[in-house]
Design a protein around this ligand. Structure first.
Ligand code: S3P
Length: 166
């Protein structure tokens, strides 16, 4: 059935879920942010600061295009990947898209001390998170084959839900 793409807002747990899911299924884990940072030899905040968001978006698109069509990978996507329609088509072509969700309050609790997310700068409060989430909501929902809420759930529980639904 190809790859599993994990999408959703920052802080929904894509990276942790992908790591655990990889342990539970034996599938290879690909973390898009991590791969981009390694390829560029820069951190995500450095890429945003030096080259801007659009440049980062192009790197995401290029990486998605490079992923093999039929692979059994688990791809943990950056939170903004769905904002480009062509990225969504690429994911659909190459696997199943799982949307992880969480309320703005949960996200805030998880990320309030985080400094690695350039797009939360000046917006790292419940209202700011809520606003950006609303802008993106339609895109996330349109891209998703499966939707899983993560609030108050342990990573392992979320993984079991994913395994049951795919
Ligand atoms: C972004 C989310 C981040 C990272 C970058 C932009 C976004 O990934 O790709 O900071 O636009 O939502 P996570 O969703 O893993 O935090």
């Amino acid at each position: 059935m190809g790859n599993i793409f994990l999408i959703g807002f920052m802080g929904v747990g894509k990276t942790s879920v992908a790591e655990q899911l990889s342990r539970m299924t034996g599938r290879k884990n690909v973390d898009m942010d991590q791969m981009i940072a390694e390829q560029q030899k820069l951190s995500i905040p450095e890429i945003f600061a030096q080259y801007g968001e659009e440049y980062f978006r192009k790197l995401e698109t290029n990486l998605l295009k490079e992923l093999p069509l039929v692979d059994q990978g688990i791809i943990s996507c950056g939170g903004g990947v769905v904002m480009k329609e062509h990225n969504v088509s690429e994911m659909k072509k190459k696997g199943t898209v799982i949307l992880l969700t969480a309320t703005p309050d949960t996200i805030y609790q998880r990320l309030k001390a985080d400094e690695g997310r350039p797009l939360l700068k000046g917006r790292n409060h419940i209202e700011g998170i809520s606003e950006l989430m609303e802008v993106r909501r339609e895109r996330y929902e349109a891209a998703a084959d499966v939707v899983i809420a993560t609030d108050y759930k342990a990573v392992e529980e979320i993984c079991k839900e994913i395994i049951n639904k795919i």
